[in-house]
Design a protein around this ligand. Structure first.
Ligand code: PLP
Length: 409
């Protein structure tokens, strides 16, 4: 554990054992679970284990927790409780939105619009639909990873039944002009879905301000549990269920409800709203401190994404001549956890399609790392990162065949 001790300081981390001295900068991959959320979950496991569909006392108590959680989730999104469907993940919410709308509105049209930089939980369902008679238009992004609402307007045809554009990108953190796109689509009466998995509890996410008809969220990105998510579905929007069975969640998502997970998600969302108001500026300060010092102290580095239109905690850099994966491993040895590209795709070893969509070369994409801060991170942790990073980059460049080492001919 010596590696976690800087040249002249040790850093106190708020992480709990066994990660006591570890600096966690990968909050877009997943977050720790807040103690208040763990308490809520545990109470459900011990005291409210009933099946919420049963009419006896344990069932009624479980149902009460379920409906209270639904009301709480609805409040955080500015929705009505009947418009919230609990699911098993952000991925499931996205799949339900895409396949559910495609199935329900197939007779009306077969055209769907999305962006070039969506998460695979959107792109892969759309790929599947395009193999079965649907047409999909992919809107490009500018050099910051932002789409132009005019491009969406131009892409709409009489056959367009759905537009799905993410609120904030998982790799770059860039925020899309959802409200503006939504206002246009509302007038056209075209259904609009946004994947808000990376935006929820990091920036304001009100379904009416955003003018969306469907919105996906996930528990484990907001200091809640894994394996639970929610889909907001505006009243009056038809959806074809994808899980068939006992008719739970108003017949839209059959499966006995995961009461501990749902209660944990709702608690995390409620606490997340408070944190959003209180802690965002501190996270922005640490992010900018990291960004400014990396750009100042290291050569041949590019900051990816928009300078300000991004979620508070995201920094994405491309370091020339080296592999992001190698930087991640070296930082891990130094006690710092970051990600190369996106956590959902880094195991594939393929360069990120999102970075390619910005116009980065394959080499630049390969050399990228993503730092995503959480509210428990401190400026001291950022300083430790800034202290160890230049040495790691220099070491890796020394052994890179792409790098012209001074003095070596
Ligand atoms: N959408 C986005 C933008 C994400 O970043 C992720 C996960 O990283 C997901 C969807 C999938 O969420 P989950 O891990 O809950 O399935």
């Amino acid at each position: 554990m010596v590696a976690f001790i800087s040249l002249n300081k040790t850093y106190k981390s708020e992480m709990k054992s066994p990660l006591k001295n570890y600096i966690y900068f990968d909050h877009s991959a997943t977050t720790p679970v807040l103690p208040e959320v763990v308490k809520e979950i545990n109470t459900c496991f011990t005291d409210f284990f009933g099946n919420a569909s049963e009419p006896h006392m344990p069932g009624i108590k479980a149902k009460e927790i379920l409906e209270r959680s639904r009301e709480s989730m609805a409040r955080t999104l500015g929705a009505s409780p009947e418009e919230i469907i609990f699911t098993g993940s952000g991925t499931e919410s996205d799949n339900l939105a895409i396949f559910g709308i495609a199935g329900a509105y197939r007779k009306k049209g077969n055209h769907i619009i999305t962006s070039a930089i969506e998460h695979p939980a959107i792109h892969l369902p759309l790929e599947k639909l395009s193999g079965s008679g649907f047409e999909v238009t992919y809107i490009p992004v500018d050099k910051y990873g932002i789409i132009d609402p005019e491009d969406v307007k131009k892409a709409v045809t009489d056959d367009t039944i759905l537009v799905s554009i993410m609120h904030a990108n998982n790799i770059l953190g860039t925020i899309q002009p959802i409200r503006e796109i939504g206002s246009f689509l509302q007038k056209k009466r075209i259904i609009f879905h946004t994947d808000a998995v990376q935006a929820f509890c990091k920036i304001k996410t009100s379904v009416n301000d955003l003018n969306v008809d469907l919105l996906s969220v996930s528990g484990h990105k907001i200091y809640g549990p894994k394996g639970v998510g929610a889909l907001y579905i505006r009243e009056g929007t038809k959806i074809m269920p994808q899980l068939l069975g006992g008719g739970h969640e108003n017949g839209i998502r059959s499966a006995t409800e995961n009461i501990p997970g749902i209660a944990g998600l709702a608690k995390a969302a409620e606490l997340g709203q408070k944190r959003l108001a209180e802690k965002s500026s501190k996270i922005v300060e640490i992010r900018d401190h990291i960004k400014n010092n990396v750009l100042k102290n290291i050569d041949d580095v590019r900051f990816n994404g928009h300078p300000t239109l991004r979620i508070p905690g995201n920094c994405n850099f491309s370091f020339k001549y080296i592999e992001g994966e190698a930087i991640v491993l070296r930082l891990d040895q130094a006690g710092i956890g970051v990600s190369s590209g996106s956590a959902c795709s880094s195991s594939s070893g393929k360069p990120s399609g999102t970075l390619a969509a910005l116009g980065l070369t394959e080499e630049e994409s390969q050399g990228s790392i993503r730092i995503t801060l959480g509210f428990e991170n401190t400026i001291e942790e950022a300083d430790y990162f800034l202290e160890v990073l230049p040495g790691i980059i220099a070491d890796l460049r020394k052994i890179s065949p792409l790098y012209k080492n001074p003095g070596i001919s």
